[in-house]
Design a protein around this ligand. Structure first.
Ligand SMILES: CC(C)(COP(=O)(O)OP(=O)(O)OC[C@H]1O[C@@H](n2cnc3c(N)ncnc32)[C@H](O)[C@@H]1OP(=O)(O)O)[C@@H](O)C(=O)NCCC(=O)NCCSC(=O)C[C@@H](O)CCCCCCCCCCCCC(=O)O
Length: 719
């Protein structure tokens, strides 16, 4: 909807009204069409201002209304009518002007923004392009290179940058609508000939073809199979090479392909999933809407290894006071230097002062006495962690939330070491913690909703995609990684190479294949986990029994690699070889290939030809199957939680929407059928045995992913 009033005698003020972000729903578009007509036909009105209610101009087209049948007036003619008006129309931009919101503003003759406003064309992140004329007007206004940057990345710019680029005409620190009305009064009656962006010639950069070729190459490389960034480049090229109306036709054509694509569905699903995970709930029924967080102004980090350093940086960058504890003096000094230089580099990039003085370093745990929250990040050793938790319980002020960053240990066992287990939760960061967006917030049976709410609130403040999960081995992310990597090891035994498996996964869209990823993370991490689970015992590496553990198929290949001291990039070799320890360029390793041949010969295995489809089906479906078990066990509340974890923490291609969404796109019946097929071929691999929730979903007609929670709820109520 839109409201119309007349202000200062001659200015028609149109206010978009569609909380919370004034998205351009059918009703809002109808409102704009009607109110613009009213303003233009009122002889007393000499100029018009368009603004949004509640401090936000407009979050763009209403994504919830996207579908095969769209009602209401279309955006393009609506914006054209504004641009063609014979009275000046001024956009008063507060909060955000994004997507269709900015396109609407670009149709206005002038744009006034509040200094805190953010502007952008983020359609590409939803699998779309700015198809309400944005891809044609923006390059005409700010030039091709700047428009390409904004449209292909979808990044939001500040009002200051928008002014510098020429997107807005004025920035104000005061009331934006008042400033826009004043501006509208000052331009009333002036000629608008030079203010209609669609009539501008598109500035022609030198070497146009070379520029587009270079950008297209860059975009294709980073898009990893995503269609929208490529279409965005094509649309901007149309702006640079065609008259406006033809460019608009091209924009429409490209949008038609994207709009109905699976990729757009996946990306829009992830947009809503990211928000849905914020509405967390524990099995007790307590959740985001019933639990109040404790304020956290001062936090402590215990243990300043790589993880602790990253967490310290992230907390300081969030504006918190941080007490950083490390008992070893040498490590403390090393960590202080590393944290300071990371903060300095980050601050330089952002043009701000580094928040070095927010951190105090100490070797003495007594220094945490007055903090509101502690994050323990010491070595993954239960004995050591228990000792730390006992000390924390004695030192911290009452009510301090105690968090562990463990990725593999039982956080409930740790909680049992404290007199207040309700204050204990897991905050599982991903390395490097100041860069990676994912945070798993882990609750145990005794964690209080308030402690969970506090960790979630802190995660939000830190800009993390924070997901509440239950306590189990590996939580959600690492638990699903187990069957995924297990299948990859089996594929090596059966004839694949790390290169083949990685190529299949990277062509699917993963930022890195499994073997390149493990070389980066360090192979010793998984080796330690397998050892502590009693799997990677040193055994006679030959014969049938070497490939069976606890009665099931097991591949000792990764353990044997580790026994050679090949821990990945840091040692200069792992699944690949590197020029020197720490170098990042993975090269195919003849040693590894002959090791695999010898291994197969020793175990009487005959290599067969394995194609990409089998790699994907076995690795991904085994992982997805575990995802269904996680849902069945109630460790994740819904498929959105799993998908957000995989997209933000494990390099799952965003345009495929996360593993559970992907399963729904492939078809649950097909996933079930392939799992049954592979389980029949490998009956000694329990991860391939289809989970009963998957069977139940298929039996209930494979409902769409947003309806799985109903089936899960029913399942739990029957248990
Ligand atoms: C705006 C934000 C920055 C605000 O952030 P904040 O943190 O304050 O709040 P939240 O993010 O939590 O959001 C609050 C709440 O609002 C919901 N929401 C946000 N934005 C939208 C939206 N655009 N639509 C609907 N709902 C929205 C959000 O989900 C939250 O609710 P929830 O219940 O989930 O908690 C931030 O929200 C943000 O970044 N928003 C998204 C901004 C964005 O990406 N905008 C672009 C939208 S796409 C667009 O504008 C497209 C246009 O360019 C062109 C459209 C043309 C359409 C033409 C269609 C014809 C296609 C032809 C096909 C032909 C096919 C055929 O031939 O058949």
């Amino acid at each position: 909807m839109a409201q119309y009033t007349r202000v200062s005698g001659i200015v028609g003020l149109i206010t978009l009204q569609n909380p919370p972000v004034n998205a351009l729903s059918a009703a809002v578009r109808q409102g704009i069409v009607d109110k613009v007509e009213t303003a233009l036909s009122d002889p007393k009105v000499k100029s018009v201002v368009i603004c949004g209610q509640n401090g936000i101009f407009c979050g763009g087209a209403d994504i919830k209304e996207f579908g095969p049948k769209m009602s209401g007036p279309p955006l393009i003619p609506m914006i054209h009518a504004i641009e063609a008006a014979n009275k000046p129309v001024v956009a008063a931009i507060e909060g955000s002007a994004l997507g269709g919101g900015l396109e609407l503003a670009l149709g206005c003759h002038y744009r006034i923004a509040h200094s805190k406003a953010r502007l952008g064309l983020p359609e590409v992140t939803l699998g779309l392009l700015p198809a309400a004329g944005g891809s044609q007007r923006l390059p005409r206004l700010i030039g091709v290179p700047a428009a390409l940057d904004l449209i292909t990345t979808g990044r939001h710019v500040t009002a200051a940058e928008a002014l510098q680029l020429g997107i807005v005409d004025q920035v104000t620190d005061n009331n934006t609508v008042d400033a826009a009305v004043k501006f509208a009064l000052s331009v009333a009656g002036q000629s608008l000939d030079a203010r209609r962006i669609s009539t501008y010639p598109c500035p022609q950069p030198s070497h146009l073809d070379a520029l587009f070729e270079e950008v297209m190459q860059k975009v294709r490389q980073s898009a990893r199979g995503a269609m929208a960034p490529v279409a965005c480049v094509q649309a901007v090229r149309a702006a640079a090479t065609l008259p406006y109306t033809q460019g608009l036709e091209r924009e429409k054509e490209l949008m038609a392909t994207l709009f109905t694509s699976g990729q757009a569905r996946a990306l829009q699903y992830i947009f809503f999933a990211q928000r849905a995970v914020g509405r967390w709930r524990m099995p007790s029924g307590a959740g985001w809407d019933t639990s109040k967080h404790r304020p956290v102004n001062k936090a402590a980090v215990i243990g300043l290894g790589t993880m602790g350093q990253g967490i310290t940086v992230a907390l300081a960058q969030t504006g918190l006071s941080v007490v950083a504890i490390e008992t070893q003096e040498k490590q403390l000094m090393k960590a202080k230097q590393a944290v300071s230089s990371t903060l300095e580099r980050g601050a330089k990039r952002r043009g701000v002062a580094p928040p070095l003085d927010r951190i105090s370093y100490s070797q003495n745990i007594q220094a945490v006495a007055d903090v509101d929250l502690v994050i323990e990040a010491v070595f993954e050793d239960m004995g050591l962690k228990m000792e730390v938790f006992q000390q924390l319980s004695a030192v911290c002020k009452p009510g301090t939330v105690l968090c562990t960053n463990t990725s593999a240990l039982d956080m409930d066992q740790l909680a049992s070491e404290t007199p207040n287990p309700e204050l204990v939760v897991g905050m599982h960061f991903f390395s490097p913690a100041h860069v990676m967006k994912l945070l798993e917030v882990v609750y145990g049976p005794r964690s209080s909703p308030q402690a969970v709410a506090t960790a979630m609130q802190l995660g939000k403040k830190m800009g993390k995609a924070s997901v509440v999960v239950g306590n189990c081995r590996g939580f959600v992310g690492n638990r699903m990684l187990m069957p995924y990597s297990e299948q990859a090891f089996f594929l090596l035994e059966e004839g694949a190479t790390p290169e083949l498996v990685d190529r299949a996964l990277e062509e699917f869209g993963f930022s890195m294949g499994l073997f390149r990823m493990s070389d980066l993370a360090g192979l010793d991490v998984g080796w330690r986990v397998r050892k502590s689970a009693g799997l990677a015992e040193p055994r006679e590496a030959s014969g049938q029994s070497a490939r069976i553990r606890k009665g099931y198929r097991y591949s000792p290949i990764a353990d044997l690699i580790c026994e050679q001291g090949r821990f990945g990039q840091k040692t200069g070799s792992g699944w690949y070889q590197y020029d020197k320890p720490g170098s990042r360029v993975a090269r195919s390793d003849p040693w590894l290939h002959s090791f695999l041949e010898q291994y197969r010969a020793r175990h009487g295995l005959v290599a067969r030809s394995i194609d990409h489809q089998e790699v994907l089906e076995r690795c991904l479906y085994a992982m997805i199957n575990e995802g269904f078990r996680i849902l069945e066990d109630g460790i994740a509340a819904g498929p959105e939680d799993i998908d957000v974890i995989y997209v933000f923490g494990y390099g799952w291609p965003r345009h495929r929407g996360g593993p559970m969404f992907y399963a729904s796109m492939v078809g649950l019946a097909k996933v079930l059928e392939r799992l049954e097929h592979y389980h029949q071929a490998h009956p000694d691999v329990p991860y391939l045995q289809p989970c009963s929730l998957l069977k139940r979903l298929v039996a209930s007609g494979s409902p769409p992913v947003h309806r799985w929670r109903e089936v899960i709820k029913k399942l739990h109520s029957q248990l």
